[in-house]
Write a protein that binds this ligand. Structure first.
Ligand code: SF4
Length: 314
């Protein structure tokens, strides 16, 4: 399948006064064109860090050390200079959770859309963008300030801004977290439509697996900066292979709030346990889990799992 984006062996260290701490460990996956992949994990699992690593969108880039390979189509982009990366970021667009913070409160929406596109947009183009994300009355929206629009409308304008540069990859980072169930479904329907109409590779970053149950083609589960499971949607929602995935899914199916990774057994990246990083929380842990760290293993159904005991607990 044609891959829009490929990550190969991505590891990320952050340097501090107390030394380097590893935030991502040997992460590899691809995003095929015209597909939706979900990156799932609790708050603090490293998923937003991973999403930002794709185009090195770091708050303190001087403290970050990224290794591994990132391919946008067939172009290697991991070691590009910042100036070139800025261009690449028009092909890999990220839409963030809080639409209100993504906009300048003092600028009208029309001016901000033009800014996001990085070029002058014709009235037809602007109208087309807004209609594509399901916003009627483009004139009223373009003339509005952000506070005059609802959260749902701002979310759509954010998506319109993201697709204004004709990206090949769209990253939706906790995009639906602040929305009610109806708006959540509407946004996910829209992402699926855009994925098909624009040949996009969509990466949905979420703490809540249920958001993507009807939408994602593939599921990637992250824990402590490692991929611990990579499955088809059907496989994952029928019965996940990893104990952590299972706990995450069961918690949501029972209506529980997904806890932060730091809530009951802190995931401290500077003091991860030896062997399996999930061991302190795992009800199936055995001596075999203590050392070495399990590798990501391919199953005969072409899923991937990082657990030495998965065959005995499925
Ligand atoms: S390797 Fe061991 S501790 Fe880790 S998830 Fe599997 S059973 Fe649990």
């Amino acid at each position: 399948m044609d891959q829009a984006l490929t990550l190969l062996g991505i590891s990320l260290d952050v340097r501090s006064d107390r030394g380097a701490v590893r935030l991502l460990q040997d992460v590899s996956f691809s995003l095929p064109r015209r597909s939706m992949t979900a990156l799932i994990g609790e708050s603090g699992s490293g998923k937003t860090t991973l999403a930002h690593s794709i185009t090195r969108l770091f708050t303190h880039p001087e403290r970050m050390h990224l290794t591994g390979s990132v391919m946008l189509g067939d172009r290697a982009i991991a070691s590009l200079e910042e100036r070139e990366l800025r261009r690449i970021r028009t092909s890999v667009r990220t839409v963030l959770q809080e639409p209100a913070t993504a906009f300048n409160p003092l600028m009208k929406i029309g001016a901000q859309l033009a800014d996001a596109a990085g070029r002058i947009l014709s009235p037809d183009e602007i109208n087309g963008l807004l209609l594509r994300v399901g916003l009627r009355s483009p004139d009223r929206i373009l003339d509005a300030y952000p506070h005059e629009l609802s959260v749902g409308m701002l979310q759509r304008v954010s998506i319109a801004a993201a697709i204004s540069t004709n990206p090949s990859v769209l990253i939706a980072d906790e995009l639906t977290s602040s929305l009610d169930a109806t708006n959540r479904r509407t946004v996910m329907d829209l992402l699926r439509q855009l994925q098909q109409d624009l040949d996009l590779a969509v990466l949905v970053v979420t703490h809540d697996p249920m958001v993507v149950e009807e939408y994602a083609d593939r599921i990637i589960v992250l824990y402590a900066g490692r991929i611990i499971e990579r499955s088809s949607r059907e496989r994952f929602f029928r019965r996940p292979l990893h104990p952590y995935s299972r706990a995450l899914l069961e918690a949501r199916r029972n209506g529980a709030v997904v806890p932060s990774a730091s809530a009951d057994a802190p995931v401290r990246f500077d003091a991860l346990p030896k062997g399996c990083t999930y061991r302190p929380r795992c009800p199936y842990a055995t001596d075999a889990c203590a050392l070495p760290e399990p590798t990501l293993e391919r199953t005969d159904t072409d899923d991937w799992i990082r657990c030495v005991n998965w065959k005995s607990i499925t």
